[in-house]
Design a protein around this ligand. Structure first.
Ligand SMILES: Nc1nc2c(ncn2[C@@H]2O[C@H](COP(=O)(O)OP(=O)(O)O)[C@@H](O)[C@H]2O)c(=O)[nH]1
Ligand SMILES: [Mg+2]
Length: 591
């Protein structure tokens, strides 16, 4: 693996200043150099609730994200710290800390919502941090989650079958973790001990009733339930005495409450073990350059006044990466051909076979590095470029062979040409001698190796260019009768016609071979594309199955809790998903 940048301290990724969101170039450069797959953990919540301190724990450091005592001096927005993943080799753990959420002094609620939405869009694990128990205040602070469907779009165009856009959120939303700090209650329900996860589930139960206050109670709970398939909860004791809280950065584990140390360590272990690589719809694993692009695309959209859209972001990524995949495939083809091809080749087929092998590898490389290639435009571009390269090689092959043959002819025949010029053959019986000599030199020429595919054609052209000279010698040779001369003229004519026929036949064979190769190239493209489409189909169905299972479970729960209307709405979503799966289920591309 390439050596990754080591970040001694976090940097600001997205600055939130004076109502503007600005991406920090330094952070983007760090991302672009981070080629490992990324596990992205983002934390949000009210300011001064110990978020940064907890994130530092994930980084395995006491200091890093700066703690709250100097809240005013911090740049507001999203801060980033990339560290080597402690448990997954060749993975990078990206910690995103949000700064200034709900900061009353700032009074900029609009951008807080965007920071919240961006944290959701960019992370694979989303940590919501709050103080104390899950009470209505904590829920109210989570109001951002209820606004998400007005902040984020899943698809670029609204679904024609009427599925609410937020129905698609499930497929790309991060895992949800709620961390409860300074939690001082006993975890129990009806007098029995419960787990933190059960506590969270209980807290997400809905209230019967239709008053505004009931709806306010239910809305954030419904949103959390329907957007996040995977939910987890951790409780923490207060880390130390109140008086010492200000110096947490300098305290070691043995100065802290042992309960807290244990809870923090359980939280970190869970994140290290369970947090997934950030993956986009279609199974696209996010690395640094991809996250870089996502950040830019989303912040650009927000700055333009648009809603950040998942699908558009993936398509923007695809456009860049597919173009790069074409370049990579072509470079590989060039490199392989350059290494193995010796011009001129003995036969055209030899060149075509080599082309075929390199082309296959190039297409494979392209397939591995590309995704969502709209209308196969990039693949078509690759095909066109490879075809042109093949034709260029064919031309070069002809030229190399022609040059070699011309040189050989010059070497072999120039002494004869000189002799003819000096009249050596312009004497009685000279014609026969000349024919004999030509035959001899022809044999010598044909015996030379590495002449390539133009050997016959170049020879015939040469002989043809000398016909007038030989004919002149024939006509002046006094040892031959007029009749004999006539016969000889006919013989030469027949011989050259035969040779021309041979050249023509060779040309036809070459054309045939070229046509066959074109067909094979086409088939190779189709074969590899079909395999890729099949892989994508299986992957998509898999994704939908998971979403379906989650929605069915949630629907059953709603029904059990007596929420007919909500359950019905989910039922429609479920039906729509099932419908959208019908055709892909039946369309195996490989059959
Ligand atoms: N009561 C309490 N204070 C904490 C905890 N963790 C950190 N702190 C202290 O709370 C203050 C704010 O912490 P910080 O991590 O900066 O909070 P943030 O604003 O949410 O990022 C600092 O003085 C920390 O030392 C905790 O779990 N409980
Ligand atoms: Mg902080």
């Amino acid at each position: 693996m390439a050596s990754e940048i080591r970040m001694p301290a976090p940097v600001c990724l997205i600055e939130n200043t004076e109502g503007q969101l600005v991406v920090n170039q330094e952070a983007l450069e760090i991302l672009s150099a981070t080629k490992n797959p990324l596990v992205v953990v983002a934390i949000v919540g009210l300011y001064r609730t110990g978020k940064s301190y907890l994130m530092n724990k994930l980084a395995g450091k006491n200091k890093g994200f700066s703690l709250g005592s100097t809240v005013q001096s911090h740049t507001k927005g999203i801060w980033m710290w990339c560290v080597p993943h402690p448990k997954k080799p060749d993975h990078t753990l990206v910690l995103l800390d949000t700064e200034g959420l709900g900061d009353v002094e700032k009074g900029d609620n609009q951008n807080d919502s965007w920071i919240f939405a961006l944290a959701i869009l960019l992370s694979s694990t989303f940590v919501y941090n709050s103080m104390g128990t899950i009470n209505q205040q904590a829920m109210d602070q989570l109001h951002y989650v209820t606004e998400l469907s007005d902040r984020i779009r899943a698809k670029s165009s609204p679904n024609s079958n009427g599925i609410e856009d937020s129905a698609d959120f499930v497929s790309f939303f991060p895992d949800f973790v709620w961390t409860l700090r300074d939690f001082s209650l006993e975890l129990e329900a009806d007098g029995l001990p419960i787990t933190a996860d059960e506590y969270l589930e209980n807290s997400l139960k809905l209230k019967q009733g239709t008053t505004q206050s009931d709806q306010n109670f239910n809305l954030p709970r419904l949103c959390i339930r329907k957007f996040f398939p995977k939910k987890k909860c951790f409780i923490f004791d207060r880390p130390t005495h109140r008086k010492k809280l200000g110096q947490l950065e300098t305290l070691h584990d043995n100065d802290l409450d042992p309960e807290f140390v244990q809870q923090a360590s359980a939280f970190c272990s869970y994140i290290f073990k369970n947090s997934k690589t950030k993956t986009l719809s279609g199974g696209i694993k996010v690395n640094g350059p991809r996250l870089e692009k996502l950040v830019q695309t989303y912040v650009d959209a927000i700055s333009r006044g648009d809603l950040p859209c998942m699908e558009n972001a993936i398509l923007a990524l695809a456009q860049i990466e597919n173009a790069a995949a074409v370049q990579k495939a072509i470079a590989h083809y060039d490199q392989q051909m350059g290494q193995m091809l010796q011009l001129p080749t003995e036969t055209l087929q030899e060149l075509l076979n080599l082309h075929r092998a390199c082309e296959k590898e190039a297409i494979e490389l392209f397939m591995r590095n590309s995704f969502k290639d709209r209308d196969h435009l990039c693949q078509k571009d690759l095909a066109a470029q490879l075809e042109k390269k093949r034709d260029d090689f064919c031309k070069q092959n002809v030229q190399a062979s022609t040059d070699r043959c011309s040189d050989l002819l010059k070497d072999i025949f120039s002494p004869l040409e000189e002799a003819v010029k000096q009249g050596v053959y312009s004497k009685p019986g000279g014609y026969r001698l000349l024919i004999q000599k030509i035959q001899e030199l022809k044999t010598k020429y044909l015996q030379q190796p590495n002449k390539g595919i133009q050997a016959e054609e170049v020879l015939q052209e040469y002989l043809k260019s000398k016909e007038s000279v030989t004919d002149a010698i024939l006509q002046t040779d006094q040892t031959l009768t007029e009749k004999e001369k006539e016969i000889e003229v006919e013989r030469v004519k027949a011989e050259s016609a035969q040779a021309a026929a041979k050249v023509l036949e060779e040309m036809q064979i070459k054309n045939q071979q070229l046509m066959e190769q074109k067909e094979r190239s086409h088939q190779e493209h189709v074969r590899q594309l079909t395999e890729k489409m099949e892989r994508d189909r299986v992957q998509w169905l898999d994704e939908q199955e998971r979403i379906l299972a989650f929605k069915l479970q949630e629907q059953a729960r709603l029904l059990k809790e007596g929420f007919q209307n909500e359950s019905k709405r989910l039922h429609t979503e479920i039906q729509n998903i099932q419908k959208s799966m019908e055709k892909p289920r039946k369309t195996c591309f490989l059959s």
